[in-house]
Design a protein around this ligand. Sequence first.
Ligand code: URA
Length: 247
Amino acid sequence: MRLAKFLAHAGVASRRAAEGIIREGRVTVGREIVLDPARDVDERDDVKVDGAAVALEAEQVVYLVNKPAGVVSTAKDTHGRPVVTELVDAGVRLYPVGRLDADTTGLILLTNDGELANQLMHPRYEVPRKYVAKVHGGFVKNRALERLREGVQLEDGKTAPAQVRQVRPGVLELTIHEGRKRQVKRMCEAVGHRVISLRRVAFGPLELGRVPEGKARLLTAREVRSLRSTGMMRPDASVRAPRRHHR
Ligand code: URA
């Protein structure tokens, strides 16, 4: 946004008065004195008036992104691969809520609300995550489906009960309430069906819907409210100790 508007939003002065302050040479962006009130800045810029830092009270936003394969879900990648935060131009620094493997597609949330992100990732709230997995080996037998539902033994412990149905031969829809590394792939492998492709189609109350791959949409205030109350509605949520890893 324009520098004068930025100063006005930050409560320094009215927009008109901010223009005056800028023209007087009292405003720096980084190390540079900026005299142009129309200079484009955002909350990541180091803006100072008379040497004192000015910060916008950043609005808290949550974006739902449909992550394509090949994009990593960290905020930065050390191998130079594309990162999911680059898919949204929000003007604020966004962080992914949890992780999807690079080759997993589908729903991932990005937010600048650290508290909400921590809550959603905390094992205590057991936020449901729904995936569609295409697996090797064709039709998955009932016994394997039952094992997935009951919980399978992985090297980091037994998985919690899951909802699993075979949408068509070799395509499973799984809802899990944990977020362990490569969990769905490891669960399917454990019952003899390696995953060919994996897509997350829902997270808590949110569904991927029609957001095209590589695109994002801003959540509505109502959706954010329902996210915040995810897991909170459990009658025993406030009294239960955090769930431990099952070993
Ligand atoms: N389970 C996986 O195996 N991979 C993901 O990316 C998410 C869940």
